[in-house]
Design a protein around this ligand. Structure first.
Ligand SMILES: *Cc1c(COP(=O)(O)O)cnc(C)c1O
Length: 251
């Protein structure tokens, strides 16, 4: 039979450590989000037993079927929404998830903020929801995210985004922590490095322009390219297949 989740997890952690060392980075500064989309709850249980504390799902409906019992039993686990979020799923999303990586429009951000405000009504201190802004720097038309093909070199594209980002950063119930991207599928992972570098450069520019947000996080890198992403500064890698094998169909 195939290897266990625990042994594959060890190998991924080791590869993260080696990639960090090659880049002169502290491996502790890189969070591994284990992506359990399509896998059944037994796989999530095994991942938590193996020590994983950050788990990623890409669909609200599927997460609503799988996450709640684990939230109750393991309050220390952090749940990351990594897939596209429709505005009509914003309300359940804020109940299920601790971090949303896929905020890709001002309207979605405003909807999340409104639901968070409603939920906090009457409470002294509203919880701020950590979010990342998903940016499509590769120009692939299939990718979600704020469009900025070419990254910072695309000055007109950047200027066009700034007003929306300024408004998102000012929303009281959201806490912008950084950026997320998905690289194109390429033959050699090093070919994805310019995309990861472009995201880092955009992040650096946004942090200069909007210092009231933290901008520390760069969520980039998956099974096929997480080492290249770490070389370019990823602080969060989202890894599914390297830990859990090929995907199931669930829900
Ligand atoms: C599925 C998914 C991942 C994990 O992909 P793997 O190739 O299985 O590591 C990461 N990020 C997003 C946004 C995903 O949808």
């Amino acid at each position: 039979m195939s290897q266990t989740i625990a042994s594959r997890l060890d190998q991924v952690i080791e590869r993260i450590a080696r990639a960090a060392a090659r880049a002169n980075r502290d491996p502790a500064a890189i969070t591994l989000v284990a992506v359990t989309k399509t896998h059944p709850p037994e796989v999530i249980a095994e991942a938590i037993a193996a020590g994983i504390r950050d788990l990623g799902e890409n669909r609200v409906q599927e997460a609503a079927l799988k996450i709640p019992p684990f939230k109750a039993a393991y309050p220390e686990v952090r749940w990351h929404l990594i897939g596209h979020l429709q505005r009509n799923k914003a309300r359940p999303a804020i109940e299920l998830f601790d971090v949303i990586h896929s905020v890709d429009s001002l309207r979605l951000a405003e909807t999340l903020n409104r639901h968070l405000q409603e939920r906090a009504a009457g409470q002294a201190q509203a919880r701020r929801m950590p979010i990342l802004l998903q940016v499509n720097v590769s120009g692939e038309s299939s990718k979600e995210g704020f469009d900025l093909p070419g990254g910072l070199a695309n000055r007109a594209g950047l200027e066009a985004l700034l007003p929306d980002i300024e408004r998102i950063v000012a929303l009281p119930c959201l806490e912008v922590r950084g950026l997320m991207t998905i690289a194109p599928i390429v033959a050699d992972p090093d070919q994805a490095r310019p995309v990861f570098r472009a995201l880092r450069e955009v992040r650096d520019e946004l942090s200069r322009r909007f210092p009231r947000a933290a901008w520390a996080e760069l969520s980039m890198g998956m099974t096929d390219d997480f080492e290249a992403a770490i070389a370019e500064g990823a602080t969060i890698v989202r890894v599914g297949r390297a830990i859990f094998g090929e995907r199931w169909k669930y829900g």
